[in-house]
Design a protein around this ligand. Structure first.
Ligand SMILES: *Cc1c(COP(=O)(O)O)cnc(C)c1O
Length: 359
């Protein structure tokens, strides 16, 4: 028990939920193990990325370019947006923290779907703001009507995670437009597009066109998933200049390292191969999900690089069974299991397990 005369963090700090990271695989002699627990990219670095990162390592005695000018310019050119509409951060998790910090006073409300990305309630609680969780529909989609209805006088931010991690479905442009029409103009709508490169559906959201039409819309994107740079921590927001400026103002100075900046620029330059790899993962996702549907599983639509097993109480059992065949998955106790799309061999082991596992 800390004495009252010792320094005390704000009370909200003890309420911050713990981030449960995907476990590394259990090493089993004679069996290649696979990690399908963190939605990582299974491919090696794109051509030129390792070389660019290695060259940047030699600059480790220098601070990074604080203005990250070259990366801002590369992103501005790639997405045809003004550089001052961009804000870089240490992964898009960093952006979520900055958004809450810049827009919420203690007690202000942040509305998001649940189950969704586990970093949301962590960032909200860390800022002493209040999480308002709106249950996803039985098929794992956002209940955007209920989310609009959950907006109160205290609401400052709404987070729309599309595709939704961990359940998988994405919202359509028509659904997003109808939702935005209901949100008061002073409420910020964050469209978390961490998996945007994997979306293949009719009426997919055009994030860039959407942000360009609204003064209260922010896109968050990342180099962690499709681009395969999870270890380097680079994400970016696309937003109207005043919102992007607010994010830059609260950002950690020198947060994005020299190596991360160099790797991100080189990744953008290698986009042709990236697109091929993403296409292969999308194909593998279809093969994997179709196999599960054939085996009688009710798997929600999967628009990211992962699928969701709605297992309820048996989530931990399934995860243990996967571990026993050398594959680490991500269980959410009492709710379900998320399995990333990875190596064919890894996905095949889960398919075999899923055919046998009671369902
Ligand atoms: C993985 C993920 C992110 C981003 O992670 P970073 O590595 O911090 O860029 C953001 N949102 C969702 C929904 C994610 O699943």
């Amino acid at each position: 028990m800390p004495s009252l005369s010792s320094p005390q963090p704000r009370p909200n700090v003890s309420e911050i939920p713990r981030y449960v990271a995907g476990k590394p695989p259990t090493v089993r002699p004679g069996l290649t193990s696979y990690k399908l627990s963190s939605n990582e990219n299974p491919y090696p670095p794109l051509p030129g990325v390792l070389e660019a990162a290695q060259a940047a390592v030699a600059q480790m005695n220098r601070y990074p370019d604080m203005g990250a000018t070259a990366l801002y310019d590369a992103l501005a050119e790639r997405f045809e947006v003004p550089a001052e509409h961009l804000s870089l951060a240490t992964g898009s998790v960093g952006l979520i923290y900055q958004l809450v910090q810049a827009f919420c006073d203690p007690g202000d409300e942040v509305v998001f779907a649940w189950r969704s990305f586990e970093a949301y309630p962590i960032a909200v609680t860390a800022a002493a703001a209040t999480s308002v969780r709106v249950p996803v529909l039985p098929d794992g989609r956002h209940d955007l009507d209920a989310m609009a209805a959950a907006i109160t006088d205290r609401t400052k931010v709404v987070l729309v995670c599309t595709p939704n991690n961990p359940t998988g479905p994405a919202v359509t442009q028509a659904e997003l437009d109808a939702f935005l029409a209901k949100v008061p103009p002073h409420v910020l709508v964050v469209v978390d597009e961490a998996y945007v490169e994997f979306v293949r559906m009719d009426d997919a959201v055009d994030g860039i066109a959407t942000y360009a039409q609204h003064d209260n819309v922010v896109l968050t994107r990342t180099f962690s998933k499709a681009y395969g740079l999870a270890g380097f921590r680079v994400g970016y927001a696309v937003a109207p200049a005043d919102i992007a400026g607010a994010l830059r103002a609260v950002s950690l100075p020198f947060g994005v390292s020299t190596v991360a900046q160099a790797a991100a620029i080189a990744s953008l330059a290698a986009e042709d191969l990236l697109v091929e790899r993403v296409e292969a993962l999308v194909g593998e996702r279809a093969r994997f999900r179709d196999g599960l549907l054939e085996a009688g599983w009710a798997i929600p639509e999967a628009q990211g690089n992962f699928v969701w097993f709605d297992l309820g109480d048996r989530a931990a059992d399934f995860a243990a069974a996967a571990d026993a065949v050398g594959v680490t998955v991500r269980p959410f106790a009492g709710e379900g299991v998320r399995v990333s799309i990875g190596e064919t061999e890894a996905n095949d082991r889960i398919l075999t397990l899923a055919r046998e596992f009671p369902h």
